[in-house]
Design a protein around this ligand. Structure first.
Ligand SMILES: NC(=O)c1ccc[n+]([C@@H]2O[C@H](COP(=O)([O-])OP(=O)(O)OC[C@H]3O[C@@H](n4cnc5c(N)ncnc54)[C@H](OP(=O)(O)O)[C@@H]3O)[C@@H](O)[C@H]2O)c1
Length: 363
């Protein structure tokens, strides 16, 4: 059977490690974190029941965990982190995995998968191409639900020269009126801005000040910042903010302080077939992160190749994986906000919040 593996890691030690090993509840966080630096890769579960709606082909997969948290991956020497990720990929390959997806921070470390791919016996993919496609789909969908005129809107990308940020910027520049690129390095912002001007129709401006995201009706936040960087006062009245970053860029307090804005987590992908992950990663049944779905779609198509690596994602790569995934039956399966599904009531409440503040919903 065609197959894949996907690498995950703990985001919050206490919550994620204790979910797998309840007995570890009594161990202090600092000791758990130290244990993680020595712990071998962990087999998590068998993923069954994924079936293409186009061809009827069924595939299977496995979750493996690299037991390091994002802050540990940033603090440790990059070579040590590569070795830990390689060990996890090798374990999955020894199990029979024919392609391995690098989840969350394992795809961010160092050169975003390039070195790992050169050292392991199977192809790897970061999943970032399909993450871009679904984050933009979810943002557009939510913006339209809130009455934002997308072609006339201003969008901001926070982390605009990162792997996800750059490709998202190039696609947004085709679809909105104005794009504000935000990052820490003006020269790198200017390079992406030049590409975006060539690619699209939008006016493109750059800023190193996060406060400039307050110009935007739609925000895509895709940084590797370890702490939250977006607070309530940074968000334009009535805006949609798609926070793809893990750990999050947007502080949890924003949901309480701003009932006129909608912060979403990116898209959930509905997986074709009767998939069972045999592991609860916090999503509703039969839905997955887009980076997982990219790995699944490649296995479904028998495309055992390192599809997305490094930080220079192209628009055509994003379009191609979206079309491939849609062909096999993967769909935007909903939108989430702070780990909860966004319902019709969620959109209605945001519109009521805007009205109560005297905002005009449609721009
Ligand atoms: N939800 C999902 O399904 C999913 C899937 C894949 C990735 N992700 C997450 O998406 C995020 C981006 O991934 P990526 O692969 O695009 O990472 P990346 O290529 O490393 O890009 C991250 C960018 O963030 C910038 N940055 C870091 N701290 C910043 C700050 N305080 N203010 C502004 N910019 C800052 C970095 O710029 P500097 O060089 O200046 O530091 C870098 O350009 C990560 O958090 C990752 O975990 C989520």
């Amino acid at each position: 059977m065609d197959n894949f593996a996907f690498i995950i890691h703990p985001i919050s030690f206490k919550a994620d490690v204790v979910r797998k090993y309840p007995a570890f509840k009594v161990i202090p966080d600092r000791i758990l974190r130290f244990m993680a630096t020595l712990w071998p890769p962990v087999y998590i579960s068998h993923i069954t029941g994924i079936r293409s709606t186009a061809t009827g082909k069924e595939i299977e997969g496995w979750f493996y965990a690299c037991p390091l948290s994002p802050d540990q991956m940033l603090a440790m020497p990059v070579e040590s982190v590569y070795r830990r990720i390689e060990a996890t990929v090798n374990k999955a390959a020894a199990h029979g995995a024919r392609i391995v997806g690098l989840g969350a921070y394992t795809s961010v470390v160092g050169d975003a998968g390039v070195t790992i791919a050169s050292r392991v016996p199977v192809p790897v993919t970061t999943g970032d191409s399909y993450t871009v496609a679904t984050a933009l789909q979810a943002t557009r969908y939510s913006a339209e639900r809130l009455g934002i005129d997308v072609p006339g809107a201003t969008a901001a990308v926070v982390g605009a020269y990162g792997a996800i940020g750059r490709a998202s910027t190039l696609i947004l520049a085709r679809n909105v009126a104005r794009v504000v690129l935000i990052g820490r390095d003006q020269a790198r912002l200017a390079q992406v801005a030049d590409l975006a001007r060539a690619e699209g129709r939008a006016e493109v401006v750059t800023s190193t000040d996060i406060a400039d995201m307050a110009q935007a009706d739609m925000v895509l936040s895709v940084t590797s910042a370890v702490d939250t960087i977006i607070r309530a006062e940074h968000i334009k009245p009535g805006a949609v903010v798609c926070d793809v970053s893990r750990p999050r860029d947007v502080g949890a307090e924003v949901a309480e302080q701003r009932d006129d804005v909608l912060v979403i987590d990116g898209g959930m992908v509905a997986v074709p077939g009767d998939v069972d992950f045999h592991f609860n990663f916090g999503f509703p049944p039969r839905t997955a992160y887009a980076c997982m779905a990219e790995t699944m779609a490649l296995a479904m198509a028998g495309r055992y190749e390192s599809y997305t690596l490094g930080r220079d994602l192209t628009v055509s790569q994003v379009d191609e994986i979206r079309e491939l995934a849609e062909y096999h039956g993967f769909r935007l399966g909903g939108v989430r906000s702070f780990e909860r599904e966004v319902t019709d009531e969620h959109y209605a409440r945001t519109l009521r919040g805007q009205a109560a503040r005297g905002q005009v919903p449609a721009r």
